[in-house]
Design a binder for this molecule. Sequence first.
Ligand code: SF4
Ligand code: SF4
Length: 377
Amino acid sequence: MTQASVERTRRDFLFRCACGGAALATGLGLPCRSAHALGYDDKIEVRHYDKLPGQTIQCHVCPLHCMLADRETCFCRTRTNHGGVLYNHSYNSPCVLNVDPIEKTPLLHFLPGTKTLALGLAGCNLRCLYCQNWQVAQEQPVNTKNLKLTAADAVAQLQNKDLPTITFTYTEPVSYYEYALETAAAVRQSGRKAVMASAAFITVQPMKELCEQLHGMALALKGFTEEFYLKVCGVKFAPILKAIEAAKASGRWLELTTLVIPTYNDAPKDIREMARWIVKNLGPDVPLHFGRFVPEYKLRKLPQTPVATLEECRNIALGEGLRFVYISNVAPHDGNHTYCPGCKNVVIRRVGLRLLENNLKNGRCPKCQREIPGVWA
Ligand code: SF4
Ligand code: SF4
């Protein structure tokens, strides 16, 4: 395709880094039971932490294992030590709430064409230089404009709007882990489904507990070197692979996303290594999305990712044996569709992330009957 044929409007810019990154909008057409002004603040005791002498605590939700003295707030900006008890203030208080296409998560093999209640709460335990939701992801919950939405409210919203899923996204669910866990459990109990988009910078046990309540997730594999993660995201890389492996082992539906940033994480050898790791450790059926970078936040001087670079990444990943490799943020593009790995027939056709036709019959290719992995009903 030519550069001129690339359509990239704000509306089309739906790909996100699996932990935020879509255009920010709050409460569009979906009023909560009661809206609160700036600083709505509820809290819940954190699940994974140790109480240490002298009212100090150590949190174990993410691999930073923060030690906090009394009154200190953590790196993710949501958890504060109150006299030796660790509370998370990103609780019952989404600062972003929308009804989105599920494809925006991005999940392309999960109830395609359906809508989801997508929400995010303030905070993040990463510091990505390209964060598109930095106004809320890099902020404390007390400083964002929040709505009140308890787990029961969320279930009621799903029922009232007849939505099959809730999605924890926009910021980073690890920063509001306790709320995500509680809400996902309530949604599961109600017979509906919860999914999340996350950077997967979380320790293994909390990840396992969250996966038990979720039905699917889009996890970011933002690059494939320690250097990239430290320089661009401000965290270590190795724990992320462990968390992704734990997610896969849980049996929940998993898709991976990589925002391809020119000169930062687009080296063909790194892309090849990433694809090999996925095939070896997660299997060839895990979909991988290569997203086009658009200058944002602290990386405004970089250019957009050339389409040719995304195509090269996709070809490398397909060549290494991955069966479902997508190109996002570029539309229309052949890399938007789902192809049967057997007969190469297009089984789901899209423009960008917008569903045009779903030809699957009971989760199978209509031409050769091959089963296509995913959650289709
Ligand atoms: S979740 Fe927050 S408090 Fe806990 S270790 Fe990570 S950054 Fe620190
Ligand atoms: S800083 Fe957090 S919310 Fe922003 S892109 Fe990184 S992981 Fe996502």
